[in-house]
Structure formats: structure tokens, C-alpha cells
Design a protein around this ligand. Structure first.
Ligand SMILES: *Cc1c(COP(=O)(O)O)cnc(C)c1O
Length: 391
């Protein structure tokens, strides 16, 4: 007999989704109202201004796309790119590969700038590629590569792109609310994010913001946007001010959740949220390094919200993750692509970024690793993390 589904509560310290804050979960259960109800419409106006705060932008076209981060990615590409457009795509992990896929499916030409997994995008290579491709129209890159834990200097990359008359398409799925991001100051044009990483919200929505330059491109396209659902010319009529026309039914309750999570971000303060992610990263790092694990990303490019660390020699990493889940209800992430089997990815995103999670992760890892006689230092990790947290 099928019965109601009751998941075991877990602690989510992987690459996303991350722990959803109880306030956000409560918001999901509020009564559903109509998407053209005046109360809903005014809540959406607040969502827009809260998103503008999170992105640090005044962009009028700032909306939550009604689908996950990948749809935000697709929204940016499908609206900005026309068949035949040349796009410089930077790849230093999984997500740059998906950008390439987007460009090519749209009939665009992707010029790849590739960097090793775990390294940031190299601005010099981007500059050289733009010099060699003066007809390129856009440059696309990922701010926070969740597949490796490396941050790229998107401020610099935006500057280089603009110098060569290119617009920028920027993935901020894992950076939004977790590390410094200033859309307007840095001149990012078509920007997308997700709700399930550093916003402490449920998966399934994708905040998107478009600069005036991006909006001009969208309005002056020669060809129709290939996707009806993601065509921002149509979506603008739904989310824009003035008379709202029906486009699709908004995911009402999911948007209550986003509203609550953005409100929490505003109450905490954006800079404080960035700092919390950093402080907790430093504490986790102190513990992991005391244990003897090593970070694979060079310190100055390390993301505080995604920690990629080496696995002790001879350890079956999948078995350790299975035991963490079974015995401690703790989820951490595996390595992807060239890093598969070589690293664990430990997320400290959003509501997951808190002291009790760090302590659980360090003690659970130590318990399992010492039981299987892995080569680690025991009895030192918790103290090292405590010391860092108290510092
Ligand atoms: C998670 C993630 C995505 C995809 O988001 P989904 O919500 O899973 O579709 C895209 N880019 C980056 C950098 C991510 O971390």
C-alpha cells in the first residue's frame, strides 16, 4: 500500500540543494491564492525589489523564472543569442560545458576558452580570444563553479568583454548571497541564479536580471526567441508593472518561499551573509586541514560555500558518503568530471552554512574515516574548528 511520503530529515552539505530554513518551509504551506490576486501581485513587487537588493542592481527586468537554475541559464542564452552569433564561452568545470551546449543548440558559434578544473577562468586567455575574434558578440562565464569550488573574477571578465563590445552572460547560481556579487558595479548584463544554493530556499526557481544593454538586445532581435515559454518579451508583460497579462500560472507557493528567503537575506544584511559564508568556511577548513585533508583550489580562488577536498589514500569515497547519509543523515557531494573519485565537495550554502553543521560534518567524517583506518589525524578537527569560530 502506498502511503504519504515522509522523507527522513537530512543535513544537506553537498553542492545543492542546501538546507531550507524553517521559515521558508512554513511559507510554502500558506494558502494558495490566485496569481492575479492583488495581494499576490504586490508580493511579487516585493520579490522584485528584494531580488534587486540580492543582485545589487537597479535593473528593471529582474524576475524569478518559474523553473530551476538551468532554465535561468537557458533564458539568458535563448534571449541574448541569435543564429550565427559568435559567443566566447569560458569553461573551467561542468557548467561552462552546458553554456556551450546552449549556444550551439541556438545556432550560435561557441568559441571556447578552457581552463583546468579547479582553476578560475584566465582573463588573459579571454582577452586574447576576443582580440582574435573581433566579431564575437557575447562572453559567457560562471562566477562560482560548483563542480570544482573555484571562483572567477567576474568584475575583471566583464570589463574585458565590454572593452571588446561584447555583452556578458553570467552564471551566479552558487554565488548569489554566498559571496560578493555586484551586478551593476561590475557591469554584468544577462545574469541568472538559483534558489536552492545560498538563498536557503527550495529548488525550482531561477532569479534572472537583465541590464539595459541586455534589454536593448532582446527588444531588437532580428529573429523570434526560439522558446515561447522563456521569451522575455512575453514574460515582461506578466511580471512587468502596469496591466498584467496571463502568460503562465506562477508557482505561487514557491514564490512565497522565495519572498521569505529574500526577506531573511535583507534582515541579515547581504554583506553579513557573505561574511557568514566566509567565517564558516574558515572554520570547516581549519577542521578538515587539521584532519589532514587538502583543498584542491588555490586559496585566493576558493569559494567559501563549496569546499573541494582530497580523499585520504585507499578510501572508497562513495562508501564513505553512503555511510554519512545512512548513519548521520548527512549528505556531502562527490567529485564530477575530471575530479570524480578524487574529491569530496562539501557545501556550506545558505542555511547550511552554520556552526552546528560544521561540527556534525567534521565529527561524522572523523568517526567513519578512523573506523576504516584511513590515514587521518584524529581528535584535532573539532578543536581546530572551534578555535576558528571563536576567533
Ligand atoms: C546548480 C547549478 C546550476 C543549475 O541549477 P539547477 O537549479 O540545478 O538547474 C547552474 N549553474 C551552477 C554554477 C550551479 O551550481
Amino acid at each position: 500500500m502506498t502511503s504519504s511520503f515522509n522523507p527522513t530529515p537530512r543535513t544537506l552539505m553537498g553542492p545543492g540543494p542546501s538546507d531550507v530554513h524553517p521559515r521558508v518551509l512554513s511559507a510554502l504551506g500558506l494558502p494558495t491564492i490566485g496569481h492575479l490576486d492583488p495581494e499576490f501581485v504586490s508580493m511579487m513587487d516585493e520579490v522584485k525589489s528584494l531580488l534587486q537588493y540580492a543582485f545589487q542592481t537597479k535593473n528593471e527586468l529582474t524576475i524569478p523564472v518559474s523553473a530551476p537554475g538551468s532554465a535561468g541559464m537557458e533564458t539568458c542564452f535563448v534571449n541574448m543569442i541569435e543564429p550565427g552569433d559568435k559567443v566566447v564561452v569560458c569553461q573551467n568545470g561542468v557548467f561552462g560545458g552546458r553554456m556551450k551546449e546552449n549556444v550551439e543548440r541556438l545556432g550560435g558559434i561557441a568559441i571556447m576558452v578552457e581552463d583546468e578544473w579547479g582553476k578560475p577562468v584566465d582573463p588573459q586567455k579571454v582577452e586574447d580570444t576576443l582580440k582574435a575574434n573581433t566579431d564575437a558578440r557575447a562572453v559567457a562565464f560562471v562566477h562560482a563553479e560548483t563542480s570544482t569550488g573555484a571562483a572567477s573574477d567576474i568584475k575583471n571578465l566583464c570589463e574585458i568583454a565590454h572593452k571588446h563590445d561584447c555583452v556578458t552572460i553570467v552564471d551566479t547560481v552558487t554565488s548569489l548571497a554566498g559571496s560578493e556579487l555586484r551586478v551593476d558595479d561590475w557591469g554584468a548584463d544577462a545574469v541568472y541564479s538559483g534558489t536552492q544554493k545560498c538563498l536557503s530556499c527550495t529548488p525550482g526557481l531561477s532569479p534572472v536580471t537583465m541590464s539595459e544593454r541586455a534589454v536593448e538586445i532582446i527588444k531588437n532581435r532580428k529573429t523570434r526567441v526560439q522558446s515561447w515559454f522563456l521569451d522575455l518579451n512575453l514574460v515582461m508583460g506578466y511580471w512587468g508593472s502596469g496591466k498584467r497579462t496571463y502568460h503562465h500560472t506562477a508557482p505561487i507557493n514557491a514564490l512565497y518561499a522565495l519572498h521569505e528567503s529574500l526577506l531573511m537575506l535583507q534582515q541579515e544584511g547581504l554583506e553579513n551573509a557573505w561574511q557568514r559564508h566566509m567565517n564558516n568556511h574558515l572554520a570547516l577548513r581549519a577542521g578538515l586541514e587539521a584532519m589532514g585533508l587538502e583543498f584542491i583550489v588555490e586559496e585566493k580562488f576558493r569559494l567559501p560555500q563549496l569546499n573541494s577536498v582530497t580523499i585520504p589514500q585507499g578510501v572508497d569515497e562513495a562508501q564513505v558518503r553512503t555511510r554519512l547519509l545512512k548513519e548521520f543523515n548527512l549528505e556531502i557531494g562527490a567529485g564530477l568530471g575530471t575530479l570524480a573519485g578524487k574529491v569530496w565537495r562539501i557545501g556550506l550554502m545558505g542555511y547550511s552554512s552554520r556552526a552546528e553543521n560544521i561540527m556534525l560534518c567534521l565529527s561524522a567524517l572523523e568517526a567513519i574515516l578512523s573506523e576504516i583506518r584511513a590515514d587521518i589525524n584524529t581528535g584535532v578537527a573539532i578543536a581546530a574548528a572551534q578555535k576558528q569560530l571563536g576567533a
